[in-house]
Design a protein around this ligand. Structure first.
Ligand code: PGA
Length: 251
């Protein structure tokens, strides 16, 4: 059985003061609940990784970043290397979020290189895939997500059990529109089958998260699907009570 994993994607939100209160709310809510509910982590803006390290070391709440450079070091102004994330004891890094693909023109080839850089540094990349509304309406969903995942699989090879995949339909992110559990399950099952083509043993260990307007009131149903192993949570991860309710939904 794969343990469920719920990851908060804070995006470009937070401050030292608001983070401290959100993280203490999450930690207090989890106190004494070891093992019930999903494993959890928060992916925060890079400047707050030191704060996470100070506040979360040894706690049940993992943490990580929202992006990473595919390069190891050098003249890449503004970029953050995987080794730097490791310096702050991160466990996770999101790669290929649709906001980065759309607003920063990240290609699937680049996303795959980022996933590999993360893996090589000992981090767990959370590799995001997902179709736009136009692609879904044109019945291109499976072609799009297959190509996005294929790029990552080609580079990570037989280390696939060390990555997390997140299916995030772009039309469901931050819109309040969620894929129905059946719609999401169908895509998740296809992604797992794709992983199984080259990795028939490891495929059953890979956690595939759903993201896109996951909230306390739909989390139970979504995570009850056989191939939905947790969530990547945006808006609802910014409120301790909502985030905790989603973690508890992932029994
Ligand atoms: P949302 O964001 O939960 O606010 O829809 C999810 C994400 O973008 O990871």
């Amino acid at each position: 059985m794969r343990r469920k994993l719920v990851v908060g994607n804070w995006k470009m939100n937070g401050s030292l003061a608001s983070n401290a209160s959100l993280l203490s709310g999450i930690s207090e809510g989890l106190a004494g609940t070891t093992g019930s509910g999903a494993a959890c982590a928060v992916c925060v803006p890079a400047p707050y990784l030191a704060q996470c390290q100070a506040l979360l070391s040894g706690s049940q709440v993992g943490y990580g970043a929202q992006d990473v450079s595919c390069h190891a070091a050098g003249a890449f102004t503004g970029e953050v290397a995987a080794s730097m994330l490791v310096d702050f004891a991160c466990q996770y890094v999101i790669v290929g979020h649709s906001e980065r693909r759309a607003m920063h023109a990240e290609s699937s080839a680049l996303v795959a290189k980022k996933a590999l850089a993360a893996l090589d540094a000992g981090l767990t990349p959370i590799a995001c895939v997902g179709e736009t509304l136009a692609e879904r309406e044109a019945e291109q969903t499976y072609v799009v997500v297959r190509n996005q995942l294929e790029a990552v699989l080609a580079l990570v090879g037989d280390r696939v059990a060390q990555i997390v995949v997140a299916y995030e339909p772009v039309w469901a992110i931050g819109t309040g529109k969620t894929a129905t559990p059946e719609m999401a399950q169908e895509v998740h099952a296809r992604l797992r089958a794709q992983i199984a083509e080259k990795n028939p043993v490891e495929c059953s260990a890979v956690q595939i998260l759903y993201g896109g307007s996951m909230k306390p009131d739909n989390a139970v149903e979504l995570m009850a699907q056989p191939d939905i192993d947790g969530g990547l949570i945006g808006g609802a991860a910014l409120k301790a009570a909502d985030f905790l309710a989603i973690i508890r939904a992932g029994k």
